[in-house]
Design a protein around this ligand. Structure first.
Ligand SMILES: Cc1cc2nc3c(=O)[nH]c(=O)nc-3n(C[C@H](O)[C@H](O)[C@H](O)COP(=O)(O)O)c2cc1C
Length: 164
């Protein structure tokens, strides 16, 4: 069973959270910067934790944007998602980019976990990272609530651990 934590990060925030997830998971998991990887490398793992920050008013982080996403395989894999955004500066499109990653895996035979996360404690107007009233993954806001990051990561990792 091989686990990869795959992230796209422009300023280092998502990378930092990826490292924290790795630490809290406490299992062997490779960290992969999507800006330095190709799809065949990622396709070699059977458990994936995929993360992106949101940029340009609701878009994916740059490296994810230019990555050949359609070449990613999800059949039979366990997948979880995490996203970073700024709920005060971009409260109308908070973490929208994560939905783009999430939809990549939809309908492709993946077992998606960690996707029923409470929105309590966040304050925003709209987010495409919310489905049926819950976040589709771990949501972190380093711009406004960095003091909550560690506990949010810990709680979420605990909730996905048995699947990983
Ligand atoms: C130009 C710019 C556009 C952004 N657009 C969004 C956005 O649409 N939605 C959002 O939630 N956050 C947005 N953000 C906030 C970033 O996602 C946030 O700062 C994140 O922590 C950056 O992570 P990174 O350093 O890993 O790229 C934006 C930030 C900048 C500077």
């Amino acid at each position: 069973m091989s686990i990869a934590i795959v992230y796209g990060s422009s300023g280092g925030n998502t990378e930092g959270v990826a490292k924290l997830i790795q630490k809290k998971l406490g299992k062997e998991a490779d960290l992969i910067d999507i800006g330095k990887a190709d799809a065949s490398k990622i396709n070699g793992y059977d458990k994936l934790i995929l993360g992106t920050s949101t940029w340009y008013e609701g878009e994916l982080q740059d490296d994810w944007e230019s990555f050949s996403k359609d070449a990613l395989e999800f059949e039979g894999k366990t997948v979880a998602f995490f996203g970073l955004g700024d709920q005060e500066g971009y409260g109308g499109e908070f973490c929208n980019g994560l939905r783009i990653l999430y939809e990549l895996a939809q309908g492709k035979g993946a077992k998606i976990v960690g996707n029923k996360n409470s929105t309590e404690g966040y304050s925003f107007e709209e987010s495409r990272a919310v489905v049926d009233g819950q976040f589709i993954g771990l949501i972190v806001d380093e711009d406004n609530q960095s003091d909550l990051t560690s506990s949010r990561v810990e709680k979420w990792v605990e909730s996905i651990k048995s699947a990983f």
